[in-house]
Design a protein around this ligand. Structure first.
Ligand code: A2P
Length: 316
């Protein structure tokens, strides 16, 4: 299994199971099946509203002897309403209780966007808090405390652009080791990927299959479906594998981590088999030259009239 090596030589399995949009009632079976099939990396977040069920599946797999804690890589994320320094460790402790774990392998700031403590999804501008009031560097100090307290082995960010990463790099004793962002051939993040690599930061690709199960409110009309892309389809046929497997394999060949979500046992297994796909340089080049540019999760939901964030701020 391909891995990404962290600064202390810890190894994260590059291919993980995504759990965003996996409903309670179906995510338990998905996580259990995934671990039984051989997945060793599960990507979680409290805002997915399913961590308790994910935790039960992990606990049952460990109790049944399928896997031990040290063989698993568990990532979770700090939600926007807990950016104040004093709120970080309590938020992480709640996630650990829900996941039934003593520590995480990786904890990420979910977005470079802050909201009031009582607000999960902001509806109006006043639900949001400006980064001038809770700077990312303050949140990062809480993340560093979490490492020092032994609650997580590694820390990083998600949905961060270069400017926001630079703010943290300039004001940290523990440097971020991961940036988890939307990444697929329609949004390959070439510049950000290079920047992260230069700073010893790994990249995890979310929405690698285009996340067509997103809620309709987050979808635009006539979105391109990357799973039906003709170039991807042709390469899939010539390699005798599925389009999803090509997309996952492309991410692995680039040296990113990738976290396809599925709650379907056959597709969970199919996605893991993408580890075995070998893409030629010509295949990689053809994918890298598809030339279509589309971001499925564009962050527009943080841009509220009169609020502190523009779209440029969100991705700064
Ligand atoms: P399901 O959960 O029913 O398998 P992303 O990882 O980009 O967020 O995409 C997740 C979406 O892709 C879900 O709708 C998921 O459906 C679907 N999906 C996952 N694996 C595959 C696959 N191998 N082939 C086709 N669709 C897939």
């Amino acid at each position: 299994m391909r891995t990404l090596i962290f600064r202390n030589n810890d190894e994260m399995p590059s291919l993980g199971l995504g759990t965003w949009k996996s409903e309670p009632g179906e995510v338990y079976a998905a996580v259990k099946t995934a671990i039984e099939e051989g997945y060793r990396h599960i990507d979680c977040a409290p805002v997915y509203a399913n961590e308790k069920e994910v935790g039960q599946a992990i606990a049952d797999c460990m109790a049944e002897g399928t896997v031990s804690r040290d063989e698993l890589w568990i990532t979770s994320k700090l939600w926007n309403n807990a950016h104040a320094k004093a709120d970080v460790v309590p938020a992480l402790k709640q996630t650990l209780r829900d996941l039934q774990l003593d520590y995480l392998d990786l904890y990420l700031i979910h977005w470079a966007v802050a909201s009031k403590k009582e607000v999960i999804f902001p509806q109006t501008a006043t639900d949001l808090v400006s980064l001038n009031d809770i700077p990312l560097t303050e949140t990062w100090k809480g993340m560093e405390e979490a490492v020092q307290a032994g609650l997580t082995k590694h820390i990083g960010v998600s949905n961060f652009g270069m400017e926001n990463i630079n703010k943290i790099l300039a004001n940290s004793s523990i440097k971020p080791e991961m940036n988890q962002v939307e990444c697929h051939p329609y949004h390959p993040q070439n510049e950000l990927f290079t920047f992260c690599r230069e700073h010893g930061i790994h990249l995890t690709a979310y929405s690698p299959l285009g996340s067509f199960d997103r809620p309709d409110v987050f979808k635009a009309e006539n979105e391109p479906n990357i799973l039906k892309d003709s170039t991807i389809g042709a390469i899939a046929r010539s390699n005798n594998v599925s389009a999803a497997q090509i997309l996952i394999s492309w991410a692995l060949h680039r040296g990113t981590s990738v976290i396809p979500k599925s709650v379907n046992a056959n597709r969970i297994a199919e996605n893991l088999q993408a580890e075995l796909v070998i893409l030629s340089e010509d295949d990689m080049s053809a994918i890298n030259h598809i030339g279509k540019d589309y971001q499925y999760v564009n962050g527009q939901f943080w841009v509220l009239e009169g609020g502190p964030y523009s779209l440029e701020d969100v991705w700064a």
